[in-house]
Design a protein around this ligand. Structure first.
Ligand SMILES: [Zn+2]
Ligand SMILES: [Zn+2]
Length: 389
């Protein structure tokens, strides 16, 4: 049996003591409190309010707003996500974004702080408990350092996190139910909520890189999973996210569970957020098709005789048509955007003409996609028939 060797010298003691002690308290003192005192309604309400506030501050604030600049937000949104994000005890937004931008830049490589290829334990919590590399350079977050609220949260991170994460629920619990209520506030919406939020959000780095499908790209380990989306406030559509990291959506399809996206959209409607970034649907479709083409090419390498020559040439022709149609659409879109940004002077008639051309090129691209899908389905049927024979 292999011996478990603990690299004592690389332990980050403050992180390890904090994460272990909160976990132990959540597993021992919390059930003991519930056994003796029951579960008052105020504790349930505080637990859910703080759970959602701190969890969403990480996904909406730390992640999509600060790390990816997927939208812009007014100061109350930035302030609240910074204050409640601190109560998730996952570091300041500045340090969190530095790690996260490095994760996207060097995904699955040595430089990636939570490199998923090093195993589930490392990507989930091991990278926090053990020092395996230098801390992320702040060079990647120079833009965020200019944000005065982000800089303030970075300077006072610990007092903010302790006040909002532990003291606030204890004080409210105390007002409601005396010393027993204060203890309950510290234990249930404080410690138990914290452990749950941390492990749910840690799953984005671990399970979201190992469970699910890769419809947009298999270039890295990130995956899309509806189950993971339920426990990560919508971040489970991680394959889409790694393919289009600046999009404010993770769950692209209307039926996909992405409460972070819905909240950003509501904030936008309320005038509290603007400049929501979305990748055009055409680029998403092209990414999906490219991934299907890559899988097919891989299959054909293993089983070169499973497709007849006519189907191969039909696929090849459909592929060429897609790339040509996409190239045309891309040109038209760039021209139309330049006119809209007033980098090119154009009359009203010219604008209408450009819009129509863009629409036509989009239609041609959609037809080419439809052709490709037909050919692809035919190829899959042939593969299945050959495999069954
Ligand atoms: Zn990731
Ligand atoms: Zn990200």
């Amino acid at each position: 049996m292999p011996k478990l060797r603990i690299p004592w010298k690389s332990i980050r003691w403050s992180n390890t003591i904090f994460l272990l002690s909160t976990l132990i308290v959540a597993l021992t003192a919390v059930p003991a409190y519930l056994w003796h005192e029951g579960l008052p309604r105020i504790q349930i309400i505080m637990f859910f309010v703080l759970f959602i506030a701190t969890g969403m501050s990480i996904t909406l604030g730390y992640h999509r707003l600060f790390s990816h600049r997927a939208f812009q937000a007014s100061w109350p949104v930035r302030f609240l996500t910074l204050v409640f994000g601190a109560a998730a005890f996952e570091n300041s937004a500045l340090a969190w974004a530095a790690d996260h931008r490095r994760h996207h830049k060097f995904v699955d490589n040595e430089e990636d702080p939570y490199d998923a290829t090093k195993g589930l334990f490392h990507s989930h919590i091991g990278w926090i408990l053990f020092k395996s590399q230098e801390d992320s350079s702040l060079d990647l977050v120079r833009d965020l350092q200019k944000d005065r609220l982000v800089a303030w949260q970075n300077d006072y991170y610990l007092p903010i996190s302790i006040t909002v994460g532990f003291a606030l629920p204890a004080i409210i619990g105390g007002i409601w139910g005396g010393w027993s209520g204060a203890l309950g506030g510290f234990l249930i919406p404080g410690v138990a909520r914290l452990v749950l939020v941390q492990h749910f959000t840690f799953c984005i780095n671990s399970l979201c890189h190992s469970i699910g499908r890769q419809p947009y790209s298999s270039a890295c380990t990130a995956r899309d999973s509806a189950i993971m989306a339920f426990v990560t406030f919508g971040e489970g559509y991680h394959n889409f996210h790694h393919t289009f990291q600046h999009d404010y959506r993770n769950g692209l399809k209307p039926w996909q569970f992405d409460p972070t996206k819905w909240t950003i959209w509501i904030l936008h409607k309320l005038g509290l957020a603007c400049s929501l970034r979305r990748v055009p649907q055409e680029r998403v479709l092209l990414a999906e098709i490219k991934e299907q083409q890559r899988c097919l090419a891989k299959e054909l390498q293993t089983y070169p005789n499973r497709l007849s020559e006519p189907i191969r040439s039909r696929l090849h022709a459909a592929q060429l048509r897609i790339h040509e149609a996409f190239g045309q659409w891309e040109l038209r879109e760039a021209e139309y955007c330049r006119v809209l940004e007033r980098k090119i002077e154009a009359s009203r008639e010219k604008l209408i003409e450009l819009r129509q051309e863009l629409r036509n090129s989009r239609d041609r691209f959609r037809i080419a996609i439809h052709d490709w899908r037909e050919s692809y389905r035919l190829a899959l049927d042939h593969f299945a028939a050959h495999a069954a024979a």
